[in-house]
Write a protein that binds this ligand. Structure first.
Ligand code: NDP
Length: 487
């Protein structure tokens, strides 16, 4: 097998196996070839990882912040040195084109580690003057963080959770998606090489029940999930039983609003990025593209012309920009939505079929698909598809666009294209979404907080904002005078 790791799990600074766990296979989505065979963690292995993390936490929380930061920055350097090998592994595991993984996965993970590495020694409490006496606050870690990832950006998600958690002095047990188990193990090795003490970052593989066991574990102080809304609800309910802190990064059905005065080619570029990058398997995608009537024909014409240029093929070939979907079940789900779009009366502008690629008969490819004349009540306009399917909806007025864009249970992201500066800011302020763009889409630099409103999540990743979700404040009142009492 092309990418078989030393062992399935990484606990207390070393790879380890759990022969009693169910088999879990990773496949290359372009061929169906099994690239690695691992085993899920039984509850005993999860318990061992949490116990290791508890011990690691004591050491790490007592490590001077400047040294903690140095370890994170060293890990960032190693990720960058090994970017090509890590990107190839990510492409094999996810099917995303190497063209993308070379710039968007380990590279963004490295940015995140570097950013929080720089921030670590600057994290402080505050001094509060009480007129004579005073108070101060200490920013303290939470303890063991149980982190659970989705399959679309496995390395990036692991870093987005680990970096702020470790910066604050916590220890982590990370469970990747069962579909993409491999890169988190590499990250664990890299942390060790960078000088992270044993037990501070652990990886356990498994299916949903492994994640559930981690979430319910009494020694886990906080959970951080990237996943779907149904899983988010289950994780929040389980976390509530032991009153754990929870960060939830969930799904979306985000609006991208294109006004008549927008630059058509830039808006089309953004719509392509917002729907077809990573074959559409991105939570923040702008999948409801509202186009004002005056620009609709020009927009659709350019969109169809440019989408015809998409190069589908073996994602390991760097000239390929469109890879397969991650799994057969994801492909089936996406194709069912395409069928539903047609059945409910949306107009297929391009795509709409499973794509066949020469030499890759078992590849899970779907043509980049654009539906026009989509109306709000259609299933494809309401539910997250998580595939390369764009819905284009028409609108006439700004108020109408805002009201319709907000008429969803989700609130992860939103975008606006206009040359009118005031309108851009006014519309963004009116949209119910946590992560927004004006005249671009889906750029998520680590400096900018990322997260959702409404059913799209709780808490924020990235930026200074994430620190609040991986630490707690202790307030200390210091009396400088005598203590008065009633008697
Ligand atoms: P899932 O919700 O199916 O799974 C997410 C993770 O949770 C997986 O590791 C899964 O394990 C685990 N899990 C499943 N059930 C439980 C449980 N009861 N308790 C604890 N953990 C559990 O999502 P997908 O992996 O299918 O990812 C796609 C979804 O993720 C989309 O909805 C997408 O929008 C969302 N997403 C959100 C992002 C964001 O930042 N907002 C970013 C990327 C994706 P296993 O896979 O082994 O079943």
């Amino acid at each position: 097998m092309r990418a078989q790791p030393a062992a399935s799990h990484f606990i207390n600074g070393k790879p380890c196996e759990d022969a009693a766990g169910a088999v879990l296979e990773s496949r290359y989505p372009a061929t169906g070839e099994v690239i690695a065979s691992l085993r899920a963690a039984t509850p005993e292995t999860v318990n061992a990882a949490v116990a290791a993390a508890r011990s690691g936490f004591k050491v790490w929380a007592a490590t001077p912040p400047v040294e903690r930061g140095r370890v994170l920055r060293r890990a960032a350097d190693i990720l960058r040195e090994r970017n090509r090998a890590l990107s190839e592994l990510e492409t094999l595991d996810t099917g995303k084109p190497l063209q993308e993984t070379l710039v968007a996965d380990a590279a963004s993970g490295a940015d995140c580690l570097e950013y929080y590495g720089g921030l670590t020694a600057t994290l402080t409490g505050e001094h509060i003057d009480l007129g004579g006496s005073f108070a101060y606050t200490r920013r303290e870690p939470l303890g063991v963080v149980g982190a659970i990832g989705a399959w679309n950006y496995p390395m990036q998600i692991a870093c987005w959770k680990a970096a702020p958690a470790l910066a604050c002095g916590n220890a982590v047990v990370f469970k990747p998606s069962e579909v993409t188990p491999l890169s988190a193990l590499k990250l664990a090795e890299i942390f060790k090489e960078a000088g992270l003490p044993d037990g501070v970052f652990n990886v356990v593989q498994g299916f949903g029940e492994t994640g559930a066991h981690l979430v319910s574990h009494p020694d886990v102080a906080k959970v951080s999930l990237t996943g779907s809304v149904p899983t988010g609800k289950r994780v929040a309910a389980t976390a509530a039983e032991t009153l754990k802190h929870a960060t939830l990064e969930l799904g979306g059905k985000s609006p991208l609003i294109v006004f008549d005065d927008a630059d058509v080619d830039n808006a089309v570029s953004a719509a392509i990025n917002a729907n077809f990058y990573s074959s559409g398997q991105i939570c923040s995608n702008g999948t409801r593209v509202f186009v004002q009537k005056g620009i609709k024909d020009a927009f659709l014409t350019r969109l169809a012309e440019r989408t015809a240029n998409a190069r589908l093929g073996d994602p390991m070939d760097e000239s390929i920009d469109t890879g397969p979907l991650v799994s057969q079940s994801q492909l089936d789900k996406v194709m069912a939505y395409v069928d539903k779009g047609v059945a409910e009366g949306a107009r297929l502008v391009c795509g709409g079929k499973r794509a066949s690629v020469d030499g890759l008969p078992d590849g899970l490819f779907v043509e980049p698909t654009v539906f026009a004349d989509v109306v709000d009540h259609m299933t494809i306009a309401r539910e997250e598809i998580f595939g390369p399917v764009m819905c284009v909806l028409d609108f006439e007025t700004e108020d109408e666009a805002v009201a319709r864009a907000n008429a969803t249970e989700f609130g992860l992201a939103a975008g606006v294209f206009t040359r009118d500066l005031q309108r851009g800011h006014r519309v963004i302020a009116a949209l119910h979404a946590g992560t927004c763009w004006i005249n671009t889409y889906n750029l998520t630099p680590v400096e900018m907080p990322f997260g959702g409103y409404k059913m799209s999540g709780i808490g924020r990743e990235n930026g200074h904002a994430a620190i609040a979700h991986y630490s707690q404040i202790k307030s200390v009142y210091v009396e400088m005078g005598d203590v008065e009492s009633a008697y």
